[in-house]
Write a protein of this length. Structure first.
Length: 321
């Protein structure tokens, strides 16, 4: 009997993003600065991924930690509105829900972040049943040597359930760029990273060299290059699609939204080019509105966006790199 109740189980962070728009500078001590707007949205890579893939029509469960406070309840309510199963979310006994203040999102963003309950997301504390009941698991929150062994153990356990895995490595703010990531690459089914992360982890100065090196370790590698599009390499077969041209308002969550669109394509059996189109469309729609997820409509809206916009298909990596 098939016991897979969810299309996707997402593991990782959920927090509040307080977006401060029109902030040219921080106030000096004793000063007050007026800004054009402040907005409250849900943030965190795993949360944004979950919300976007739920909007696309997949059945989703979330596995993470929230505080027992107003913001934690706000996130639970928003998840429920999208029919995201919150059964496996643990409530912290020690920390409030995390908050990240994004300053000047229209240009070079700066952040003030309180990790809060996200600091308690540990592989060894997760509800194992949620992974058993998902046909796919999306993982975030990797911290190099600090939690590598726990992630590797969980990945192998998830695979024993007959569940596929996607993994977004994320930015390493410690500067370690732990070489053990190649071990993770070999284990997971889809491995996501952006261009800068690829250069750091591969220790290459050229993105083509980085991709050539990493694609030997990963059977399904996806590299996100922002306004230059994205490339997918599956078992040595490379596919590229250019990005959609939109007016960017807030780039927060663009990569996580891309991941959601791409994985929607994978999980619904679409070829690599269409997976990239869905990824690029969700990324473009995400940056077109404040908040990491508010710009993404339902599946019909994303499909209409793709139909009404064109992307470039390039077979020769030399042309785009």
């Amino acid at each position: 009997m098939d016991n897979k109740q969810y299309d996707v189980v997402s593991i990782g962070d959920a927090n509040i993003d307080l977006i401060v728009a029109g902030s040219d500078h921080l106030p000096e001590p004793g000063q007050e600065v007026f800004v054009s707007n402040m907005l409250v949205h849900i943030g965190g890579g795993a949360a944004l991924f979950s919300m976007a893939v739920a909007k696309l029509g997949l059945k989703v469960a979330f596995n993470g930690v929230l505080g027992q406070d107003y913001y934690g309840q706000f996130i639970l309510d928003e998840f429920s509105e999208l029919n995201i199963d919150t059964t496996y979310i643990r409530q912290s006994q020690h920390n409030n829900t995390g908050i990240s203040i994004a300053l000047n999102p229209e240009q070079d963003r700066s952040f003030i972040t309180y990790m809060g309950s996200n600091s308690e997301v540990r592989m060894e504390d997760l509800h194992e049943n949620s992974m058993k009941y998902g046909r796919h698991v999306h993982m975030t929150g990797y911290q190099g040597s600090r939690n590598h062994d726990a992630y590797l153990a969980m990945i192998r356990k998830i695979k024993s359930f007959g569940t596929t895995i996607s993994f977004d490595v994320g930015w390493d703010d410690t500067g370690e760029w732990y070489s053990g990531i190649f071990e993770i690459m070999r284990e997971v089914d889809v491995f996501f990273l952006n261009e800068l992360e690829a250069l750091h982890y591969s220790d290459c100065s050229d993105i083509r060299q980085a991709i050539a090196l990493m694609s030997k370790q990963s059977s399904h590698l996806v590299v996100k290059m922002g306004s230059r599009g994205a490339v997918s390499i599956q078992n040595g077969q490379q596919t590229y699609r250019s990005a959609y041209t939109v007016t960017a308002v807030d780039t927060t969550g663009a990569g996580d939204s891309f991941n959601a669109g791409y994985m929607y394509g994978v999980l619904t059996g679409k070829p690599a080019g269409e997976c990239l189109q869905y990824g690029n469309a969700c990324g473009a729609l995400s940056v077109s509105a404040y908040g990491g997820n508010t710009g993404i409509p339902d599946h019909a809206g994303v499909a209409a966006f793709i139909q009404n916009h064109s992307t470039q298909v390039v077979d020769d990596w030399e042309v785009i790199a």
